[in-house]
Design a binder for this molecule. Structure first.
Ligand SMILES: *[C@@H]1O[C@H](CO)[C@@H](O)[C@H](O)[C@H]1NC(C)=O
Ligand SMILES: *[C@@H]1O[C@H](CO)[C@@H](O)[C@H](O)[C@H]1NC(C)=O
Ligand SMILES: *[C@@H]1O[C@H](CO)[C@@H](O)[C@H](O)[C@H]1NC(C)=O
Ligand SMILES: *[C@@H]1O[C@H](CO)[C@@H](O)[C@H](O)[C@H]1NC(C)=O
Ligand SMILES: *[C@@H]1O[C@H](CO)[C@@H](O)[C@H](O)[C@H]1NC(C)=O
Ligand SMILES: *[C@@H]1O[C@H](CO)[C@@H](O)[C@H](O)[C@H]1NC(C)=O
Ligand SMILES: *[C@@H]1O[C@H](CO)[C@@H](O)[C@H](O)[C@H]1NC(C)=O
Ligand SMILES: *[C@@H]1O[C@H](CO)[C@@H](O)[C@H](O)[C@H]1NC(C)=O
Ligand SMILES: *[C@@H]1O[C@H](CO)[C@@H](O)[C@H](O)[C@H]1NC(C)=O
Ligand SMILES: *[C@@H]1O[C@H](CO)[C@@H](O)[C@H](O)[C@H]1NC(C)=O
Length: 806
């Protein structure tokens, strides 16, 4: 106690004793600092990383790890601790070394400083030299915010002062040991409609894009908890942000390796956390797909697609360098008939590079379209400002570069298409290809398959050679097993070999004579389908292959017996691990499980030929292989047994209480969004280690969903993790992100839940996620009478009975 008191006292003393300003001829030497009025920021000497050189810098007081946000003499270090900072009578800050030489100064022209200039460190981290006690802007002679280094802070402006020509931009450090100007820079480029760009040397590497009334098109800076603003007038053009809550800080740092890190901390914790560690997928690389094409990232691979009416520039060439050439118009209209051109609308787009665009703030979208059609070199248009339904106009000319497709944000973009192109209907001919990245021995080998128009045969051959499963539809070939073989492999389906009871029947472990292990599911119900359809379904399901699905090896159909044969998974199911042996699951493994299930589900919902809704997703249906990679099992079973009633209303409820969403439990309506709900419950269970239905919070009668929601609204989401072990080693932002994704998946209304492709992006990206609303079923409901009701009982409830029970 005494110790804490002393610490607190010394902290108070520090604030009251330290100065926040320098008057003329006062100085600070190495070892002393100036601290801002409320004790938030500090200016003084430091050595970065492992360097012994000394620099004058600004950092936030008592925040760990110490992050220097500004450096004065970044290119002219001091060799030892004899540096001194002084304010001279001309109002210039000078940094002197041991031999009294100036190594850095705030300005090289003497200003009309008037009486008593003063240098003051503000709580915002801005170090300001001003005339006497003047407090307004005019009194400012110099300020560090006009000369940013690698950090973008609240109140700082990135952009241009058009009157003085002063540009404010970020530039990275050379390395963590050396704050000298490094390779990367983030600047606001003024050509066309201003946009934020990241450069590596002279090359554009990433385009943060233009302001659309709400944010920058691709948000290079922080958005989470911040209020960004863009100002464009005859005096200034800049981007800045403020912090919405006063209890924390958010800053953006351009690291020496060029990633944009967003760091945050709260005034209580004072420990920095990385909120985001920069752009991640290849579609963020500037003009990854070349001109006139859209980059689309599916969570695993980027793919390029020509705009409508455009064709690949080099369809013959089958390698990555051809992508940079992009696409060209298939049939460019000449200017005499261009008034017959039409526009094709794309939604959820990152708008193309605006450097050769023109913008009009006051005209409407209709007028915008008219202006575009009138000028034959105009290739596309969009709203300038998305607020209130859209206003203003942006016009593009010639090539459209650096577009990408987002799944749930982005803007509407209209491209000009000759009328003749719209007759092509929905053909996919403008699809140029898929880029498949394969990791082999740690090297990423990227292959491009072009399903070209000019030479489809060559393309197909190439693809088939390299990726056997990509485009081929093989003849159905159903692996079948003999009943007698399975009976002897499972010791006549003995109870010792029973692995569990899943939906639709018991599962046995089987060992073939050659030692190969199998899992055999004996379907307890007669299928509603005919035998041929059943075989057909199983044959299709054996074709479903994804690293996060249990592989169906084949089936056995003999008289009344129907069995499905799966690969055997040595590490049990997820429920066994998360509710029992949690200590084996560190955060990496848990995150791997959460993302693996998402990828498997995405495959079932979208990418497979069958488009399967699982309908009984729960931890006991997620198996773990030897590496603890998750594999979804029992997929397609509902479809197999109940027939093909995709997105239908059914009164036969397959599924398990605690994992099914309200529209399914109450109205029997199911869709892919029902699986999303179950997925959300699993995510929260993996995080918390408690079953949704068994969780009880004595005070508030909440189940796990309710508990997670309560913690979320109280900003205590991390407390959902009950294991202290986990908290020490994990990446907090990743955990928070998972909790948020979990909550979004369990929303009451299916349309408020993201689809699995968004979930995959959300887990792996670092974009702002929507705010969850209260989840469905969040208070404890007495369902004890149905404690173990799962699909295995396979009762047909009437719709009414079920809703009363719930
Ligand atoms: C400092 O040096 C140590 C040992 O050489 C190294 O592990 C560490 O990464 C270095 N730190 C920085 C910031 O360069
Ligand atoms: C710094 O270096 C100078 C010249 O090398 C020397 O005179 C001075 O004493 C040194 N100062 C310190 C604090 O080591
Ligand atoms: C001080 O700076 C001057 C000019 O940059 C340099 O010539 C001199 O060697 C420096 N003195 C010390 C002690 O570093
Ligand atoms: C004075 O500073 C300006 C920018 O602030 C710079 O362009 C100029 O080269 C400097 N002049 C000298 C003599 O250092
Ligand atoms: C902006 O970008 C254009 C095209 O990329 C380039 O030519 C121009 O020099 C840049 N302008 C400024 C002010 O950086
Ligand atoms: C890719 O295409 C370029 C240009 O056509 C060619 O120079 C290069 O050798 C090709 N690379 C491969 C791996 O085929
Ligand atoms: C190209 O455009 C012209 C004029 O609109 C049209 O007659 C012709 O059919 C188009 N060609 C193709 C290949 O679409
Ligand atoms: C433009 O196209 C129209 C109709 O396709 C044709 O009659 C006309 O000659 C073309 N004009 C030029 C300049 O190519
Ligand atoms: C069309 O727009 C381009 C680019 O702004 C401009 O150079 C050209 O003069 C315009 N043409 C007409 C006919 O307005
Ligand atoms: C955009 O993405 C969605 C899914 O995220 C996809 O269905 C659509 O085809 C994409 N559109 C384009 C033009 O790439």
């Amino acid at each position: 106690m005494l110790f804490t008191c002393l610490l607190f006292l010394s902290y108070l003393c520090r604030i009251s004793n330290s100065l926040d300003s320098l008057a003329v001829s006062q100085s600070i030497e190495d070892g002393k600092t100036l601290v801002s009025a409320l004790g938030i920021t500090e200016v003084g000497f430091f050595s970065p990383g492992n360097s012994t050189r000394r620099y004058l810098g600004i950092w936030y007081t008592n925040v760990s790890p110490v992050t220097v946000v500004w450096v004065a003499n970044r290119n002219t270090p001091l060799e030892n601790k004899s540096g001194v900072l002084k304010l001279n009578e001309k109002g210039i800050l000078v940094l002197l070394n041991a031999t009294n030489n100036i190594v850095w100064s705030s300005s090289n022209i003497s200003s009309k400083a008037g009486n008593n200039p003063i240098a003051q460190l503000l709580d915002s981290g801005n170090f300001v030299v001003k005339k006497g006690q003047e407090t307004n802007e005019d009194g400012v002679l110099w300020q560090s915010f006009d000369h940013p280094c690698d950090t973008f802070m609240p109140g700082m402006k990135i952009g241009w002062n058009l009157e003085t020509g002063l540009e404010k931009f970020l530039s990275s450090w050379k390395s963590f040991d050396d704050p000298a100007v490094g390779e990367y820079a983030v600047k606001l480029n003024l050509s066309g409609y201003p946009q934020m760009m990241k450069f590596k040397g002279p090359d554009k590497v990433f385009r943060g894009g233009s302001w659309n009334g709400l944010s920058l098109v691709a948000n290079p800076g922080p958005t989470y908890g911040t209020s960004p603003r863009f100002v464009l007038n005859e005096k200034e053009v800049y981007y800045e942000y403020g912090i919405e809550e006063s209890s924390g800080f958010i800053i953006y740092t351009l690291t020496p390796s060029g990633t944009g890190e967003i760091l945050f901390w709260t005034t209580q914790s004072r420990t920095q956390q990385v909120l985001s560690s920069g752009e991640q997928d290849q579609c963020e690389n500037y003009a990854f797909c070349g001109a006139n094409s859209i980059c689309n990232y599916d969570g695993n691979h980027p793919s390029c697609e020509c705009l409508r009416g455009y064709v690949p520039k080099s369809p013959e060439q089958l390698n990555i360098s051809t992508w940079l050439r992009g696409c060209v118009p298939r049939n460019k209209s000449n200017c005499t008939n261009s008034h017959t051109d039409r526009f094709w609308k794309y939604t959820n787009m990152k708008l193309p590079d605006t450097s050769s665009s023109r913008f009009y703030e006051t005209i409407s979208l209709d007028e915008c379209q008219q202006s575009c059609i009138m000028n034959c070199s105009c290739t596309g248009y969009a709203s300038l400002n998305v607020l209130d339904g859209g206003s203003g106009c942006l016009l593009w000319f010639d090539d459209l570069v650096d577009m990408r497709n987002f799944s749930n944000w982005g803007q509407d973009f209209y491209i000009r298409v000759p009328a003749s192109e719209l007759d092509h209907g929905n053909d996919k001919k403008n699809m140029v290809g898929i880029i498949v990245g394969v990791t082999i021995f740690g090297f990423i080998i990227t292959c491009v398959c072009i399903l070209g128009i000019k030479n489809p045969e060559a393309a197909r051959k190439f693809c088939n050679k390299h990726y056997k499963n990509m485009q081929r539809r093989e003849v159905i070939d159903l692996p079948t097993f003999d009943f007698s073989v399975l009976a002897s492999a499972t010791g006549n389906f003995s109870t010792e070999n029973k692995l569990g009871e899943g939906g639709f029947g018991p599962v046995y472990k089987g060992t073939l004579i050659d030692g190969k292990e199998l899992a055999v599911k004996r379907l307890s119900q007669k299928s509603l389908q005919g035998l041929d359809e059943f075989k057909n379904e199983v044959a299709l399901m054996t074709k479903l292959q994804h690293r996060n699905l249990v592989k169906l090896l084949g089936c056995c159909i003999e008289e009344e017996e129907k069995m499905l044969i799966y690969e055997y998974m040595p590490n049990h199911s997820l429920d066994y691990l998360i509710f029992g042996k949690r200590k084996f699951l560190d955060w990496r493994k848990r995150f791997n499980i959460i993302s693996g299930i998402a990828r498997g589900l995405l495959y079932l919902h979208q990418d497979s030929t069958l488009r399967i809704i699982h309908r009984d997703l729960k931890p006991s249906n997620i198996l773990l292989d030897a590496n603890l990679d998750p594999k979804i099992s029992d997929f397609g079973l509902a479809r197999l047994v109940l027939g093909d009633q995709v997105e239908a209303k059914t009164n036969r409820v397959a599924g398990t209480y605690g994992y099914i969403p309200p529209e399914y439990a109450v109205r029997g309506h199911f869709s892919v969004k029902s699986d999303v709900f179950s997925y959300g419950v699993i995510v929260l269970e993996v995080l918390c280690g408690k079953k949704n239905r068994e969780f009880s919070d004595p005070e508030h009668c909440n189940n796990l969903l309710g508990h997670a929601w309560k913690l979320w609204t109280e900003d205590r989401a991390l407390e959902l993790l009950l294991d202290e072990v986990l908290e020490e080693q994990c990446m907090l932002f990743e955990v928070i992100r998972c909790i948020q994704v979990g909550l979004l998946c369990v929303q009451q209304r299916p349309e408020d839940r993201p689809d699995m492709s968004s979930v995959v992006l959300m887990l792996n990206g670092d974009k702002l996620l929507p705010n969850p609303k209260a989840p469905a079923f969040y208070t404890q409901i007495d369902v004890t009478s149905k404690a173990n009701s799962s699909s295995e009982n396979h009762k047909s409830f009437s719709v009414n009975e079920l809703s009363i029970t719930v």
